[in-house]
Design a protein around this ligand. Sequence first.
Ligand code: PLP
Ligand code: COI
Length: 337
Amino acid sequence: MIDWANLPFGYLKTKSNTRCLYSEGKWGKMEVTESENINMHMAATCLHYGQECFEGLKAYRGKDGKIRVFRWEENSKRLNRSAARVGMPEVPAELFKEMLFTLVKENADFVPPYGTGASLYIRPLMIGMSPRLGISASTEVLLILFCSPVGPYYKGGFKPIKVIVERGSDRAAPLGTGTVKVGGNYAAALNMSIKSHEMGYGAALYLDPKEKKYIDECGPANFFAIKGDKYITPKSTSILPSITNMSLQALAEKKGLTVEKRQIPLTELAECDEAAECGTAAVISPISAVYDPDENKTYTFGDQVHPGKNCVELYETLVGIQYGDIADPFGWISFVE
Ligand code: PLP
Ligand code: COI
């Protein structure tokens, strides 16, 4: 029996996953498999040269029992941007959709019941499979979509976390791969992620890699702040365009906030009322404090215990649309019949 209401954000075995192999210049037929393993050559380009990219999206069960997928077309587009950046082929949206909807239907029993706060996380993964010693792109590429029921990314769910500013390393270069979802970005942030957890912080907050002055994003999520009646979020050539952030910007505008996407000097946090991380896994994770160890300065937000009122409203509206409690005026939801 799965304890749906207490699920962590982790991998749990489900019934099956969907796969498709690109070979000789074209995609093959989608397969459904119960195997959790991949048989690959030890010289595969994904292992040595990081020729891989991935995605993350969720399916939600509503009060009506129906399963809803959130903005999958955006993940399909972003997967293709990532794939192109690391020399892998385009995945037609129709193929992505077939693999996604088949996966969710196959694993419908693993879509958590309504009211548990959990959801089904879907992880598309694309990897270069050809054996290579010299640096060149794979001609065989494997696309896998697997899933796992998950709870909140940060223990405690919608509760404020503290983050620490990282100046000693960058997760992406100014014109590097920060704008796409490739494994190397996460590998580059792993040591700091471990260190920040050991120091008692929820995450590291990265600054722009060129000037080390402006806020970029956290390891697994974008950043936004509320400043008076403004929703401000970084514009940068080294952060991932978050689908959650894009959705929150639409919701913020709808509720009368002015959205500003621009460079945000770290020091501007002193003038902000609320701050948060946002992403598929993180949803909205409010930030109560940003600690800058180099300046020995802490920026604090709200009463340290409760999320701020704009974060609460944005969270409730976003999650309400995802679970189908609130009408979706944007066309963000697709039903899995
Ligand atoms: N930034 C990074 C580095 C991420 O890994 C993610 C997660 O996908 C996000 C931001 C949030 O993006 P999205 O809202 O599309 O999940
Ligand atoms: C997501 O939010 O989908 C992510 O990919 C974040 C993460 C767990 C790397």
